[in-house]
Write a protein that binds this ligand. Sequence first.
Ligand code: NAD
Ligand code: WQD
Length: 344
Amino acid sequence: MKKEKIIVTGGAGYIGAHTAVELLQSDYEVVIVDNLVNSSKSVLSGIAEITGKQPAFEELDLTHAGKTNPFFHKHRDAKAVIHFAALKAVGESTRLPILYYKNNIGSLLNVMEAMKEEQIPHFIFSSSATVYGQPESLPVTELAPVQPASSPYGSTKQMAEVIIRDTVKTGNQPASAISLRYFNPIGAHPSALIGELPSGVPNNLMPFITQTAAGVRKELKVFGRDYQTSDGTAIRDYIHVTDLARAHVIALERLLKGKNQAAYEVFNLGTGKGFSVLEVIHSFEKSTGVKLNYSFTDRRRGDVESLYASTELANKELGWKAECTLDEMTLSAWNWEKKLRNLQ
Ligand code: NAD
Ligand code: WQD
């Protein structure tokens, strides 16, 4: 039997598509809305092939209130919105701050206003570990203070969290919301039918590794080898995108069943384990058997030394725990890259 209708904004994107798969496999009715600014319609066939179900899809720009409102009116029977839609390139956001504020904040305001108008009760938001900057102690808990953002992209996540908290407080719809602070999502669906599709030169480590291994890039540059870490390279909490996607379904069910402890809640989504850049490279080489061409260069501006999550709250309150190992993450990312490039 079909469960509630859920609107997934940005559902053609990397994390949204994996979440749409988990929702469909849990029998939710899924409506994806995306303007395809950083994704492609072909993702929808990947989702359909994995699940055997076709999600509804509408192509529209959520910064356009005149188009967003009729969309929400049409889907006013939805019980929740999972809001992935955003621009996410940190470097680009420093060059084009207005674009980032307009897109990420403008779309959020339109979506929340439409939810109030159509009385849609539950909201889940894609936040980021970037809100923590370099925390004073690790693993970082949800109670750690939010640090001044190092980019306009980071600011949009901090502002969005405040906007959602204040909106939920009014007592109007959406009546309850959860912000999920993702650490470093990597990997792809085990079917290799959906995965990350970076446009142009990737900013993030994992797609840069897989593109280098595939021969699309000549060499991976490791940013900094003079950090105060065991091997001198920076440490992050890499989480498999399928583990992350699963957490959204659990968070959704928490809201649908009214199991939330407060109208607005925040959870870290990571594995709780930190890995250095060199450890990721070694995992990639080990799990795939492919040797990677890399060299060291200066630190990247704005990078923190070490960041990994305390997952205690998500474990306890959501009953969720990331399950995949780093080797599984790097191997699935490679299988997806190979499929994309028609490599054996
Ligand atoms: P993505 O770019 O693959 O997906 C975002 C989707 O939103 C894209 O399909 C894009 O076309 C769509 N979109 C953007 N602006 C839109 C608009 N105005 N109207 C309609 N659709 C629009 O990114 P992702 O990696 O899947 O990230 C999803 C969310 O998670 C984003 O909010 C991102 O900021 C957040 N996040 C991502 C990471 C990460 O490392 N990937 C980490 C932390 C948080
Ligand atoms: C990981 C590590 C780099 C590329 C970013 C955003 C964050 C969140 C996740 C959205 C770092 C090193 C990278 C390369 C390298 N996104 N690296 N060579 O910077 O932790 O987080 O994505 O919310 O907001 O800032 O991820 O994958 O870019 O980098 O050495 O070519 O890999 O220095 O230590 P980051 P990343």
